[in-house]
Design a protein around this ligand. Sequence first.
Ligand SMILES: Nc1ncnc2c1ncn2[C@@H]1O[C@H](COP(=O)(O)OP(=O)(O)O)[C@@H](O)[C@H]1O
Ligand SMILES: CC(=O)OP(=O)(O)O
Ligand SMILES: [Mg+2]
Length: 423
Amino acid sequence: MTVIIISINAGSSSLKTTLFIEEDDAAGNKNLRRLGSAEISAINQPPAKLKYKRGSYKDTAELGQIHDHTGAFEHALNAFVTDSEIPEVSKKEDIQYACHRVVQGGRFREDQLLTKETFDIINKLSDLAPLHNAAAVSLMLACHRHLPKVINVACFDSGFHQTMPDYVKSYAIDQKIAEQKGLRKYGFHGLSYKYMTRRIARHLGKPESELNMIALHLGSGASACAIKNGESIDTTMGLTPVSGLPGGTRTGDIDPSLVFHYTSDASALSPNSTKDLHISTAEEILNKQSGWKALTGTTDFSKIADPNAPDTHKLAFNIFVDRVVGYIGNYYVKLGGNVDALVFAGGIGEKSVYLREVVTQKVSCLGFTLDHEKNQNAAEGGDVVDIGSSDKQRTLVCETDEDYEMAWNTAMHPQRATSSTLW
Ligand SMILES: Nc1ncnc2c1ncn2[C@@H]1O[C@H](COP(=O)(O)OP(=O)(O)O)[C@@H](O)[C@H]1O
Ligand SMILES: CC(=O)OP(=O)(O)O
Ligand SMILES: [Mg+2]
């Protein structure tokens, strides 16, 4: 039987969806082949923009009529179903599984088949992550409406970090209140780190359980992770994705008191709140009105990572490099200096030759190396590329893939044959 999986990856202002088909290779091993993908960005700042890909075919369009994640999902689904070059999916009923990226998964470690009970738990977690989980919840409801027979799987970005020790997960606050309200470090980008761990272990010819690395997922949301024996022992994001490294519109680490000096309305509801989604003015400032956008006026890091950029952009670049190398040093110590690889991933990590050059130069005192030609040509190299000149402590670029990770976990899910509709 043909198995079709759709990966649904809701960002705070974008939606990425990818269709995969499960196949067996010549040796009888399970394989996933990408049939097509649709990425809709700027959902909250119309007109939304579509990038559609199928094999070597690419299309872009402006979608003036789309204002929310549900509308974006309906558009993507319709594009796949009506694309005659994807004959495997000619009607919605051809899709058997939908996997959803859920940023804040609370106590969940492993991916879950979605039932009414798990849906309610994820919905409640929206209080802790209003900017991320609410979109995922709306897309689960959209799947329930448009693909009622599909088996839904929730894939948690926080799950990979459950292995962090208690003293890393805990903040120095009253532990009774912390326990009551779930106030601790969760960490995110876990789907990406899980994917990288598997891919890098294979690349280095090591079992995952022996792999030690410092991984950098540098996208419009950016984080770093210390991975020891294949497991997360620390990461830079915390209770929410705002802490750690700065991002396109996020502050990253700041003195927590700063926001009360920045505005006298910190706890007032932001005008962007809705009946179901409550965002404070403080959350709005820290998550949406800061980062590269506040410093430079653009969230396009290719304009910032440029040696000839204006001074405002240089300040943003230097802030980013400073925080990134600070965490590399921190994690090098936490790994006891036993590091197989420093790995660059995410839109910035994979594409910015200049950022990799400056960061690697600054951490060369820890033994990391860079071959300038390999760094320059990394984009042509495939999904994991060596850009260093040392065999002992490698410098790598990894093309990470959260959508594949979700579909792979769904393909391998032990209970996925169980019939499970939402309700
Ligand atoms: N050539 C480039 N140089 C530097 N940054 C880039 C380049 N191309 C894309 N980026 C940046 O990558 C980021 C998006 O990364 P990505 O991982 O795709 O994002 P998201 O967090 O939305 O999943 C944006 O900040 C974008 O400006
Ligand atoms: C967790 C997170 O910050 O995700 P993204 O980088 O997709 O915004
Ligand atoms: Mg991302």
